[in-house]
Design a protein around this ligand. Structure first.
Ligand code: HEC
Ligand code: HEC
Length: 202
């Protein structure tokens, strides 16, 4: 009996100790993360900061006055100019840094246009809209909206026949083939008309 009691006390004690240690460690990592983030706040503000809800918000040029016009003009010809809020800023950075090999196309731009578009995208990215960031896992840099879990969940009832095998759509990347008001950033279910299938009713 005494042995059991001693054992129980020992277990309770080590649980408490373990808890204290964990908290202590947690405090340390949080503190060091903060100082690490503070140090290089201003220079490379588009740098990758580690993704994930927990680490956001990442610094973004909130003072940027770049507007959407250049973005829509340069990035809205082959597909709709996707709303910036659907990808984190580090994804936009990655996309803007690899325009010469853009999903198999060459979408290169001069440096000044790239910088202005990136400033706009970054300031309006998912990093400012935590709702869309929640779908991005830690350490990931997604470069497709159509591969994000929320996107796939919303579209999993749309059959291939109406998308890839539909000459009037071709792929999910052509948002405006189905979302009649995609160019205005409006994606409500009741504005969806899939070519060849009529108004969506689920
Ligand atoms: C020359 C044509 C062209 C231009 C210009 C262009 N893109 Fe694209 N983009 C594509 C193609 C092709 C795809 C792949 C579409 C597919 O898979 O069906 C794509 C896909 C994308 C995707 C991924 C969409 C998804 O599936 O979620 C993003 C994001 C994107 N482009 C951003 C941009 C940005 C930002 C610009 C402007 C700097 C731009 N695009 C300009 C051709 C272009
Ligand atoms: C083949 C047609 C089609 C294409 C292409 C398509 N969607 Fe959709 N989308 C739908 C349908 C249908 C729904 C409604 C699903 C449901 O019943 O909930 C939907 C729902 C959505 C919703 C949720 C709306 C709401 O009210 O909950 C968003 C956001 C969305 N789509 C964004 C996009 C974006 C961004 C693109 C392009 C990258 C895209 N979609 C491409 C058919 C499409």
């Amino acid at each position: 009996m005494k042995a059991i009691l001693t054992f129980m006390r020992f277990s309770a004690g080590s649980l408490l100790l373990g808890g204290a240690l964990t908290l202590g460690l947690y405090g340390l990592t949080t503190a060091s993360n903060q100082s690490w983030a503070d140090e290089d706040d201003d220079d490379d503000r588009y740098e990758y900061r580690g993704s994930g809800y927990a680490r956001e918000p990442i610094p973004s040029p909130g003072t940027s006055n770049a507007d959407a016009s250049l973005y829509k003009q340069e990035c809205g010809s082959c597909h709709v100019a996707y709303p910036a809020k659907f990808l984190p800023s580090y994804s936009w950075l990655q996309i803007m840094n690899t325009l010469d090999d853009h999903y198999g196309d060459d979408a290169s731009l001069d440096d000044a246009s790239r910088a202005e578009i990136l400033a706009y995208l970054s300031a309006h990215s998912a990093s400012q809209h935590s709702r869309y960031l929640r779908s991005v896992s830690y350490g990931e840099t997604p470069t497709r909206i159509t591969e994000l879990p929320w996107f796939q969940r919303k579209h999993d009832e749309v059959p291939r026949r109406l998308v890839q095998d539909n000459p009037e759509v071709g792929s999910f990347s052509q948002c405006d083939a189905c979302h009649q008001r995609a160019a205005e950033g409006q994606f409500d279910e009741d504005t969806v008309v899939i070519p060849g299938a009529g108004r969506w009713d689920d």
